[in-house]
Ligand binder design. Sequence first.
Ligand code: ZN
Ligand code: ZN
Ligand code: ZN
Length: 386
Amino acid sequence: MTVAAGRRAIPAERFGARLAAAAEATTAAGFDALLLGFGADLRYLTGYEALESERLTMLVVGGRPGAVRLVVPRLEEPAALAGCRTTVPIATWDETDDPAALVARIVTEIAAAPSRIGVSDRLWASQLLRLERALPGATFGSATRAIRGLRMTKDADEVQLLRLAAQAADRVVDQIAAGRLVGRTEADVAREVRARLGAEGHDEAHFAIVASGPNSASPHHDASDRVIRPGEPIVLDIGGTLGGYGSDITRTLWVTGGDPANGPDEEFRHLFAVLHAAQAAATRAVRPGIACEAIDTVAGDVISAEGYGEAFIHRTGHGIGLEGHEEPYLVAGNAEPLGEGMAFSIEPGIYLAGRYGARIEDIVVCGPDGPVPLNTTDRDLRVVPG
Ligand code: ZN
Ligand code: ZN
Ligand code: ZN
C-alpha cells in the first residue's frame, strides 16, 4: 500500500470507524461519555487539528454509535467543518455563552444520567474545573483508559506515515553528518536540522538536540552557543511530524576536523560498542506478547554487564504516533505486553557526566513475528571530518 506524504493520508472512512470503536471503548471502560479537548485524541478521532486556546473546543463521545457531538466556539466553526474528516454534528457557542453548560446539556442528552465521565489527559485544569461544576452528579476519570488501546495500535496507513517520517529523518541525519560541523555552534547546526526536516517533507520540526563534547552526557541538552571542536562526540537527536505522525532518531557522531589523530579514544569506542550491542539486543527482543519492561531490561542488562549501569539514566523508549511521546512506555514497572502494530523508540544511552555520552535511537514497530525498525540509516559511531 502506498499513501501520499500529505496531511490527509489517512483515508476519510477510517475516522468513522475510529469513532465507532471509541463509542464501544467508552462503554467497555465504564464511562457514560468522553470529553476530549484539543489535541491528539481529537485529531485521532476526527482529523480536526483544533486551535489550542482558552476557548473550549470539545468532542463529546457517548457509548452508543452515533452519539457524538463537537462543541466549538462559533468563530471556529468554519475551521472545524474544514478540519473534520468525518461527519460530526457541530454545536457552537457564542462569546458570552457558557460552553461548559452546553457540554453538560449535550452529555445529558446522549447519556441520560451521566455519572462517569472520561476526560482527555491534556485538558486544561481551568476547563475541567468548569465542567465539574456543570456536571455536579458525575465523577471524572482519564479518557485514556478508553482510547489508549485504539491509539497504541497503529494501522497500515499510520505505520506508513511513521515510516515516511523516519526515512526523512534518516536523510537529514546523513546530510548533517556529511556536512560542516567543526567551528559552528550547536544552535547553528540545530537551525540547519530544522530547515532540512522541513525540506524533507516534515510538517513541522519539533526538536533538534545537538549535544557536543561534554554536553553529549546530558540526554535532553538543548542546542547551545557552544562551538563544536575537533576530537569530540556529537549526539544528534532530531524529530518532528510528517502527515501528523512523529519522527524521532538519534545518532552519535565523532568529529575529527579531518585529522585522524582526533579520533575517538579507547573508552568512547568501548562505551559505544556496548551501547550498540544493547540497542540491537533490545530491538531483537521485540515481538508480540513480550512485556514493555522486558525490553528495558534487555538493554539495561547489556549495559550493566559492562559496568555502565549507573550511566544509563533513562528508560529504553516511548511510544510514538500523533504525539512524540505516548503509550506504550518501555520502562521498568510497565508489564503491558507489546502487540502487533505498536510503535515506539528504542533509545538506550550511556552518559559519563562531565566527559561525554552517546545514544542510539530508532523508531521500531512490533511486527507479527518481530521488530520492524523504521529508521534504517547506519547506527555505527560515525567518525566524520565535520
Ligand atoms: Zn527524550
Ligand atoms: Zn529522540
Ligand atoms: Zn525518543
